[in-house]
Write a new protein. Structure first.
Length: 153
């Protein structure tokens, strides 16, 4: 997971929660609209000075934004224990009969074609939902009470 993408997601979430446009925030932070957009999309690294200016324009303390980023990273570090790539055997599920046949199971096959589908996994601390919107768009929504983190690919 790229730090610049998580920082961009945190900044965008704060801006959108305030119902503000990129233009409003970029003007207040004295940064070009295009550059702020690239930062929010995780395509550019923001310097500490620029990050502080953007946070000030959003009315947020830099420490608050970095705390959100830290929480998101901590959640993502928990995800490998919850999610297993399609077709990969789950840990501890080896059988004496040998490997399972290649190819997705019936639920995974339904997820990979047709209309958008969702798959949810949850335990006491972490809930994960995967929505396949098409061959090039998948959204992963992870919730660790009470925070929610969204990944799109």
């Amino acid at each position: 997971m790229l730090l610049r993408r998580v920082i961009g997601d945190a900044l965008r979430a704060r801006r959108q929660a305030q119902h503000r446009t990129l233009r409003e925030v970029s003007t207040a932070a004295n940064v070009s609209l295009g550059y702020l957009s690239e930062i929010e999309r995780g395509q550019k690294e923001a310097s500490s000075e620029l990050l502080a200016a953007i946070c000030e324009a959003l009315g947020a303390a830099l420490s608050e934004v970095l705390r959100d980023v830290s929480d998101t990273l901590a959640t993502s570090e928990d995800l490998p224990r919850v999610l297993v790539p399609v077709g990969a055997p789950e840990s501890g599920s080896t059988s004496e009969a040998g490997p399972e046949p290649a190819g997705p199971s019936a639920p995974e096959a339904r997820l990979s074609r047709g209309a958008p589908k969702a798959k949810v996994s949850a335990d006491a601390k972490l809930s994960v939902a995967v929505r396949h919107d098409g061959p090039l768009r998948t959204t992963l929504r992870a919730t660790r009470n009470p925070r929610e983190v969204v990944y799109a690919a």
